[in-house]
Design a protein around this ligand. Structure first.
Ligand code: GUN
Length: 285
């Protein structure tokens, strides 16, 4: 059996058009401040993609690029200014930050009402409690993907590999909400015998940031496989000198799974689509 390849781009487009429609009905133009510190090439590419999507959806972006040696104090000052600026509805500080800046301090400085990433402890806490909040874009995008393709989640065993604050932890909390009702196992680098868990998954979500970690023999026949990995692997034959590789060995997994997301073109586009939805939400609040 060969899996159905989930078209993340198509589902993302639908979500983006929906966000654009909602934005059009508002009396203000939803505007996101996008802050990039330093020149991490992957971050630069993500930020450019986000700004392009905002503009295509008729929304505004305040593009703030700072040098890698920006101090934590200077960044905190910028965030205080953006918090106070009524024309800015959302604030996104692209992660990771340079090592001399404490990410927690920065995230906690963002007004939770402008925290469209959903990374602030107030939003994370509300997510755990099942309250309305900004939901982190990648896990939210995964849930929307599952819903759009009609995957039954109730009572299913979802196995997440990776415990990041950006994906694994928030996704765990989303999947156990009553409207989704999955049973969740979260595996991480301390997990012993990883394949014994992944083979139990009806829905397997690989978010470890480890290229090719999940091989075909780690997947149950007919499982839904969601690959969150966006690993840049050097490849001299590629135009850019690298290739994007997922956490899943696609060629093996496609033979075992019922549905699978490709990399690129799977989860990635959904992250941006959900960000647009959160920016509209921030403008309404
Ligand atoms: N770095 C990787 N993913 C994300 C994300 O969703 N938001 C931000 N701010 N940084 C990231």
């Amino acid at each position: 059996m060969s899996a159905i390849i989930i078209d993340g781009k198509a589902i993302a487009l639908k979500t983006r058009l929906d966000a654009a429609e909602k934005a059009k009905r508002l009396s203000v133009m939803p505007t996101l401040a996008v802050v990039l510190v330093g020149e991490n090439p992957a971050s630069l590419s993500y930020v450019t993609g986000k700004e392009k999507a905002l503009s295509e959806a008729g929304m505004g972006s305040r593009d703030i690029r700072l040098p890698a040696d920006t101090t934590e104090d200077a960044l905190l000052k910028l965030i205080a200014d953006l918090n106070a600026d009524a024309t800015v509805h959302g604030i996104l500080v692209q992660l990771p930050l340079p090592r001399h800046i404490n990410e927690e301090h920065i995230i906690e400085a963002i007004d939770p009402k402008k925290d469209v990433d959903g990374f602030h402890p107030v939003n994370m806490g509300k997510l755990v409690l099942g309250e309305d909040c900004f939901i982190p874009c990648t896990p939210h995008g995964i849930v929307v993907l599952l819903k759009e393709i009609g995957i039954e989640t109730k009572g299913k065993h979802a196995v997440i590999v990776g415990r990041s604050n950006i994906v694994g932890k928030p996704l765990l909390n989303l999947l156990i909400r009553k409207n989704i009702n999955a049973t969740v196992t979260l595996c991480h680098t301390g997990t012993q015998n990883l394949p014994s868990y992944t083979r139990q998954a009806d829905i397997l979500i690989a978010a470890a940031g480890s290229p090719g970690l999940i091989s075909g023999d780690m997947i149950k026949e007919g499982a839904v496989v969601i690959d969150v990995g966006v690993n840049r692997v050097e490849d001299a034959t590629a135009k850019k000198g690298f290739r994007l590789k997922g956490d899943v060995l696609f060629d093996e997994a496609v033979e075992k799974a019922s549905y699978i997301t490709p990399v690129p073109g799977g989860v990635g586009p959904m992250t941006i689509a959900m960000l647009l939805q959160n920016v509209v939400q921030a403008a309404i609040l």
